[in-house]
Design a binder for this molecule. Structure first.
Ligand SMILES: NC(=O)c1ccc[n+]([C@@H]2O[C@H](COP(=O)([O-])OP(=O)(O)OC[C@H]3O[C@@H](n4cnc5c(N)ncnc54)[C@H](O)[C@@H]3O)[C@@H](O)[C@H]2O)c1
Length: 254
């Protein structure tokens, strides 16, 4: 299994920290050549350094996924460095402080939609153009359990963006299946990252309450979500497309 991504090129957005960084490190450990894309230059370079320390191959590209020019350049940088774009993980995303829907400002809504939904749209747009030109590829989008079920956490706006990613994934998968492009999404439960710390600090819940959302009562590690991204980019999942896979300890099953 360790060679499943051997020799493939992978563009991973939001890879300066959290789930994206864990995914970049796992992909490199499995033999992929990784492009770490993020607005956070310092963190992105740290991810590259960590990959290189482990004997892997990676470059950093500064890219804001809300900018078409940045995303197009990130895809071009991947092709420039590694010849093609085999795998794309559209992971970058944000979450505002939880607030009831009637208190969400227009500015907060626009910012959330710009990163979580438009950012994934732009990423897919330029990734698909490259994959059509080279004859195939694999895309995995980051959604959330919040896109699958209703949660009383003041995240209606965030849920809407993740539900949009799930719908876009499903329809795009059907549209490009005959061109050899597989498109799936991953829907994590509550993962130990800075995003979680931010939600705890913002008063959305305590760490115990967050863990209690999972039937198992434990939080998820970024590396566990990374494993699902690796599977969905590997040939082991070659018959899987258009799916949104929950990595949520059964949270959405009840
Ligand atoms: N942590 C969780 O519990 C959880 C659960 C479900 C889904 N998710 C999703 O997982 C993804 C990663 O979250 P995380 O928890 O690792 O968060 P994180 O805040 O630790 O990392 C997010 C990364 O995305 C980058 N980023 C933000 N806006 C960007 C932009 N416009 N362009 C490029 N990069 C940008 C940040 O700089 C950061 O490096 C997000 O899409 C999030 O919605 C997280």
């Amino acid at each position: 299994m360790s060679e499943v991504l051997e020799g493939r090129s992978a563009l991973i957005t939001g890879a300066a920290q959290g789930i994206g960084a864990a995914t970049a490190r796992l992909f490199a450990a499995r033999g992929a050549k990784v492009v770490v894309a993020d607005v956070n230059e310092e963190g992105g370079k740290e991810t590259v350094a960590a990959i290189e320390r482990d004997g892997g191959e990676a470059i950093f590209v500064r890219a804001d996924i809300t900018s078409a020019a940045d995303v197009e350049a990130a895809v071009a940088a991947t092709v420039g460095a590694y010849g093609r774009l085999d795998c794309a993980v559209n992971n970058a995303g944000i979450e505002e402080q939880g607030s009831a829907l009637h208190e969400v400002t227009e500015e907060a809504w626009d910012k959330l939609v710009a990163v979580n939904l438009k950012g994934v749209f732009l990423s897919m747009k330029y990734e698909i153009r490259q994959m059509l030109a080279q004859g195939g590829g694999t895309i995995v989008n980051m959604a959330s359990v919040a896109g699958l079920v209703g949660l009383p956490l003041g995240i209606s706006d965030y849920s809407a963006t993740k539900g949009g990613v799930i719908s876009m994934t499903r329809t795009a998968a059907i549209e490009y299946v005959k061109q050899g492009i597989r498109i799936n999404a991953v829907c994590p439960g509550v993962v130990r990252t800075a995003l979680l710390d931010q939600a705890i600090q913002g008063g959305m819940f305590t760490e115990e309450q967050a863990a209690g959302l999972h039937p198992t009562g434990v939080l998820i590690d970024p590396a566990d979500v990374a494993e699902t991204f690796a599977f969905l980019c590997s040939d082991a999942s070659r018959h899987i497309t258009g799916q949104s896979i929950a990595v949520d300890c059964g949270m959405s099953a009840g």
